[in-house]
Design a protein around this ligand. Structure first.
Ligand SMILES: C[S@@+](CC[C@H](N)C(=O)[O-])C[C@H]1O[C@@H](n2cnc3c(N)ncnc32)[C@H](O)[C@@H]1O
Length: 270
């Protein structure tokens, strides 16, 4: 199957999670990614030098796993939706949680591939739709339960206006929800070609990094319902896995703020 630009990036995150078993202690254990990787006809060897991305993807996923677990411990009856799920196996990593419902949404070509590896059940469904097609909101709202929206490795590929309109649309449609997402290092906007894993992709196939904010609190100015509840600067949790030069540079406040990827817990409360 030929994948479009942004969908192809899900193979980077899949590769990163499958590789993580080489590290002790690992950021996460993802048996499903390890199983899937050899079954996909793609030259993953080109990522072998993308050590920074590999650690970053797994650290990001592990922070989002932990935040999801925290949310589910408070709201065991939640409805969870992963937007741009790709081939991510969070549902399996978290032991198939007994929530009200767990949804995974991605573009139709990706959901088609996803169905080769994952199974739906009475509490887990796939949605073949663009995240900007807000039909999915009505589906999750209909359960009338606490809502958790996960968006990982996705928003950075869209124009700032599209991202802002997306959050405003959520505020208009949802009285209350929690959105857990990552924000690209601000200084990487416009520099996909310098990124250690995206730079290995064919130039015509490589998507650009388009969105990040220097300060996540900017989102609070977009709509009064938006509140940053927590934010993780990922370098704080890297356990010595980031390259030495970056670990040194992160000690400088200017660099720390602009070159750090972040995981943000955003509340919507109307
Ligand atoms: C870097 S991958 C991340 C996959 C997954 N979240 C993970 O962390 O492994 C980006 C994902 O965004 C998806 N995507 C791109 N445009 C999308 C859209 N308009 N609506 C929903 N998903 C989209 C791609 O198909 C791909 O699966």
């Amino acid at each position: 199957m030929k994948l479009d630009k942004i969908p192809e990036t899900m193979l980077i995150t899949l590769w990163a999670k499958a590789e993580e078993h080489h590290y002790n202690p690992p950021f996460l254990v993802d048996k499903k990614a390890e199983e899937m990787l050899p079954l996909i006809d793609y030259d993953f060897s080109k990522f072998s030098r993308s050590k920074f991305s590999q650690a970053g993807v797994c650290l990001r996923a592990s922070l989002i796993d932990k935040e999801t677990q925290t949310f589910l411990s408070i709201h065991p009856d939640a409805v969870v939706i992963q937007l741009g799920a790709g081939l991510d196996a969070r549902y399996e990593r978290l032991g198939c949680p007994e929530v009200t419902h767990w949804y995974e949404l991605d573009l139709p070509e990706v959901i088609q591939l996803r169905k080769d590896f994952f199974q739906e059940n009475d509490k887990r469904s796939f949605i073949a739709l663009s995240l900007f097609d807000m039909e999915w909101v009505e589906q999750i709202k209909a359960h009338n339960k606490p809502i958790l929206i996960l968006i990982e490795g996705v928003l950075m590929y869209f124009d700032p206006e599209e991202v802002k309109a997306f959050f405003l649309s959520l505020c208009q449609r949802l009285p209350k929800a929690t959105v857990l997402f990552d924000m690209l290092a601000y200084s990487l906007v416009g520099h996909a070609k310098n990124h250690d894993s995206l730079s290995t992709m064919d130039k015509k196939q490589r998507p650009e990094f388009k969105w990040s904010e220097r300060d996540s609190h900017t989102l609070e100015q977009w709509h009064p319902a938006l509140h940053v509840e927590r934010e993780y600067f990922m370098s704080d949790y890297n356990q010595g896995r980031y390259p030495f030069i970056f670990r040194m540079l992160y000690k400088i406040p200017y660099f720390y703020k602009r070159f750090n990827q972040r995981v943000v817990v955003l509340g919507i409360s109307n």
